[in-house]
Design a protein around this ligand. Sequence first.
Ligand code: NAD
Ligand code: DAU
Length: 355
Amino acid sequence: MQKTILITGGAGFIGAHVIKRFVQSYPDYLIVNLDKLTYAGNLENVKDVENAPNYQFEKGDITGLDYIRDLFKKYAFDAVIHLAAESHVDRSISNPLLFAHTNVIGTLTLLQVAKENWSNHLDGKLFYHVSTDEVYGSLENEDEFFLETTPYDPRSPYSASKASSDHFVRAYYNTYNLPIVISNCSNNYGAYQFPEKLIPLFINNIIHQKPLPVYGEGLNVRDWLYVEDHASAIDVIFHRGKVGETYNIGGFNEWKNIDLIKLLCKLMDDKLSRPTGTSAQLITYVKDRAGHDLRYAIDATKLNQELGWQPSLQFEEGLSKTIDWYLENKEWLANVTSGEYQKYYEKQYALNERA
Ligand code: NAD
Ligand code: DAU
């Protein structure tokens, strides 16, 4: 094998797309998927590659220092692509300590073990940290965008934990010369996203004719990117990004929540052959999320100009494909909403979490 790559969080939403892309596009790489299989991790998401000769799954916890040391001994990794995290803002509001533990201590543990293993031979090594646009805070003016140079201003426990992990990644670059790269991406959507996030939650609720809980007045703005375009950007940055750099990833595709929700309702009515307006009747305005960031908008010019990356899909096409996927995979949706998938994989894999 040309390279052995540790990908963390590969049973989650974005991680699964990255795993599949790397396993299928690079048969000369051994791809090791390390995932704790929390509520958000589901091996169904990577079923397409589970028997590939260049793929290996390890169930374990990124916060277990000795466990991660053992894993590096077992595989002698050349690179890490780190996606494992607690990722849902609402959960961070009710359980901030878990977010600090997983996102900060977990990242620090991986950095420390990578440093211990690579310090005498850094050539060709890379620690790629996958982060979020939320670290930059909330934009107030319509003409403002997040640049790689925008000062960090995280405002939720989730974004604070991600910002903190980004700072540790840069600290290991500055202090120990650990070869790192960071990307900060906007909101992803697509297949295999856990139905707690806006788009899959609302698709699921429309299918079952349940209320669509719109936070506040629905005026918050998010910048949406198709998940496979995020995976393609990670591929480009992993192979051609400059060590020590940060790259913003986004599709210049801003939507006010309520406009996106109305579009989703219309597309769902068409696809389910329900009279136009049926799904929109489910819209229910609810209490706003605490500290709800008003607007995120990524400027991805650097990635486009320096590495030639651009998104492949227009939003309406991506959203339509996404809805089709959930309608064709109602069993996946039912399994993750009932928690059935966890019972199955708990029996198959014991957790390695030696601290
Ligand atoms: P997700 O919640 O779907 O998946 C996270 C995965 O990490 C799960 O498989 C989970 O089991 C695993 N995990 C959690 N704790 C772990 C631990 N202690 N040890 C090992 N594995 C653990 O998340 P996602 O939406 O796919 O996001 C992946 C990454 O991308 C995160 O770092 C997130 O911050 C970042 N990101 C997400 C988005 C988005 O829109 N979803 C946008 C930008 C950046
Ligand atoms: O910007 C990148 C981030 O995008 C990622 O780092 C996070 O991991 C990811 O979860 C996402 O964060 P958001 O909070 O923007 O995504 P979410 O899908 O939770 O919400 C999108 C918008 O919709 C947000 O303004 C809150 C609103 N919302 C969400 C839910 C779940 C509702 O109005 N109702 C809801 O039920």
